[in-house]
Design a protein around this ligand. Sequence first.
Ligand code: ADP
Ligand code: MG
Length: 729
Amino acid sequence: MAVTLETPLSRVLGPKTATGMAEQLDLYTVRDLLRHYPRRYASRGEQADLADVQVGDRVTVLAQVRSVSTRPMRNRRGSLTEVVVGDGRGQMKLVFFNHRHGALKVNAWGMFAGTVGEYRGEKQFAHPDMHLLDGDSGDDDWARALIPIYPASKDVSSWVIQKSVKLLLGPQADLTGLVEDPLPEDVRARHGILPLAAALLDIHRPTTADDVDRAVHRLKWDEALILQLTLAARRRAAALEPGLARPRRRGGLLDAVDAALPFDLTDGQRAVGEELAAELDRAQPMHRLLQGEVGSGKTVVALRAMAQVVDAGGQAALLAPTEVLAAQHARGIRQLLGPLGRAGEIDGDPSGTRVTLLTGSLRTAAKREARAEVAEGRAGIVIGTHALLQEGVEFADLGLVVVDEQHRFGVEQRDALRAKGSRPPHVLVMTATPIPRTVAMTVYGDLEISTLRQLPSGRGGVSSSVVPVRERRAWLDRAWERLREEVAAGRQAYVVCPRIGEEEGADDEPEDVDGAPEDEPTSDRRPPLAVLDIAEMLRSGPLAGLRLDVLHGRLTPEEKDARMRAFADRELDVLVATTVVEVGVDVPNATVMVVMDADRFGVSQLHQLRGRVARGAHAGLCLLVTEAPSGSPTGQRLAAVAATSDGFELARLDLETRREGDILGAAQSGRRSGVRLLSLLADEELIAAARVEATALLETERGLADHPGLAAEVARLATDERADYLEKA
Ligand code: ADP
Ligand code: MG
């Protein structure tokens, strides 16, 4: 039987194995299995895995039997067998009840898999799955220097995967799909890339570490090239879309905005503004990413672009990641526009427009009214959250979509909003998280990029410190004193905690937390500090007498808005909050940011939080309170955040502490983004080279017509992405 990459596994493997692979590992076809790469390679005697495994981990280890002892159980019938296995550095106990494995003899080598448990302080496996190496005669796999260890599941062990792969790649196998390498030969030659068949053979059945390296290099190329082809195709398609030019008109909303601004634009804001104005004046829709340091003044740049579109007769939508932020934008823009933003109202200016806020929490009648304003074109400026993406929201003439704080939105959401225009609108995406070059080439590869480097002058700057409470209890007392001093001087403060508190429930998650490092054990730590508890503690203790309130995701949108407004109007001194204040919140009089349990937040998040203070002329203070020892990796991560305010450097640090999948996943959607091996951090050169090749391939007259293999891979990625999106929606 000829087997291709598309052949279902159920046709080449036993039914039990095939079912297990499908249900537990998400592997359905020969392609899926061959792209299920080993996590690592074990070699006898050298591995230190046993020393490193953690309780609760599901692991597969290669080890040698050191001792076997069987005794009757004390309180029950039957016997207990204890087997000690070692791997050179560490050792571990296996426990079996009523065990009858005659082959488990001292010195035997085997692979043992299961969840690591603990008994009386010792790590152990209770009745693990195992596969003894000796006695499996005729099996050359164990003679190999490198034994692949696969991501496995309860019913599909690493060695079953190994055997199944061997079946497909072995000498008798007839894998016609593997002979046709989708990579063009000249590309392969230019970059010294192995053929696909050789690479797959080497990654699954290597003889030396070099084999693995070369195979990985080749397979990374596949991932990078497919990704870049997808993005290049997206750029080309976008360039061909017929949009509508929205030229600048004098004497309209834009001029009114400029006249009303209480400050001069920075040079950067001016330059980017001109870039945007020119692009909006073209029929080909703009696709631009505006990145600018926290507090660099992106909002006003966006507002000016929106005003230009309104002046040209279109509508502009501003999509914000949270209701708090959407409400703040609406408030700020309405204030700035004055009567020009209230056309149709008694005191409104009929030559102006309406600013409409559309969020999920509006009552039905208000929502209906808002939708009508949008649909009939009375609302020139529409501000909202995800609710804008919903069905039933129609625009009369959507000319510009602005997405604020992009990292919360994926490509699909951007597309969903764009689809609301009768013609493709212009798109401006804004992010405060500076984007390293590789990420710009991948996650944001379909956008042009503008950068605001400069902060408006006259900013006080923020000084940051870590407060390691275990080592320096007194520093925390001092922190509350500093906060009181600032309040006494007329300033305001935020205290941020990772959790809301009181009843524990599914909705007790901090809003929108992302970027928290994954590599740290969480199970044995105390629960994160909670807003409600800390607020109580502060009220009755160090901050007694100050006007203090809480803000978190369990409040109704009206309550949230009212408290945010009270804080902005200086009716409150201290806001104890979850990360609802993380993005975008703008209260220039606030100067102190105290982050409790700072170690529970990601690097970018901390940088964002810090960006909430010193937005006016006064200097700011950011205190990162943590129980982590200052010498620990976590302590050092916090120290790095405190030491630099350079967003680019922090973005890189963030990338290092997060997993690839999370970075891509956030915007590129999930497990099937096609990226398994590629590292955004380490593979910058490869990604850049793939980008050049991808662009060149698509620029030829025939495009991918001569490369059906590549075209099929690109199509497959697109299908998987869509499938993922639908699944999530
Ligand atoms: P971000 O880029 O983080 O979204 P904002 O757009 O919220 O920043 O702007 C931060 C603060 O700086 C706001 O209070 C805004 O009014 C103010 N601002 C923006 N541009 C200028 C400027 N050119 N001069 C002074 N203040 C400015
Ligand atoms: Mg902002």
